[in-house]
Structures are given as C-alpha cells and as structure tokens.
Design a protein around this ligand. Sequence first.
Ligand SMILES: [Zn+2]
Length: 112
Amino acid sequence: MSSQRSKQIKVDGPCVYLIHFSHPYQHAGHYLGWTKNLTARLRDHQNGNGARLIAVVREAGIDIQLVRIWHGQRDIEQLLKKYKHSSWLCPICNPHAATHKPLSGISQIIVK
Ligand SMILES: [Zn+2]
C-alpha cells in the first residue's frame, strides 16, 4: 500500500478485508484476509510481515489497495473464499460489487 494511498480506516473488532492489486501477480489479482486488528494487519502488510502473497506482490512493484471490509469472524472469510471470484466482490473490478450481496446480512464497509 503506497503511503499516498493509505487511508486511516478504523475498524473495531474482527473483520474480513479485500485487497486489490494494481496488476495481477501470476493468477492473483486480490487478497482476501481476516484479522482481529485491521490497523495492525495493514501495517504488517506494508512492512512485508503480513501474508507471503502480499510481500511478493509488493516486491514485484505492484501497488495494493484496500477496497472492501466486512465485519465478521473467520467463518465469513471462509464463505467469501468459496466464491473463488474475488473480482466480483471488488468495487474496482466490478462496478456493481457494492450491490452484489452474496452474503446479505453481513455488515460491510466499501472503501473508496
Ligand atoms: Zn479488483
């Protein structure tokens, strides 16, 4: 996440988050993760101490952007991962993502 683009986003409690890559890395265009502390987790990603995928993506010079957050526990992450098509959930890749509610009832934050 470039410092120019990083925003102060405060989320209390556990959440699932979606990160969009400015360019695909091999077959990956997104990262879907779960954390109890989003602020700390994003700091880890920035420092290369988060997920291995994010670290190699950043090493490849690809910009990353937090695009969506859902409140919830790990079961939400597992449900969302079953979709396989993270691009459907991404407001950058899919302009209709905000209204695409595969999991209605789960509160979410669209990051703009
Ligand atoms: Zn995307």
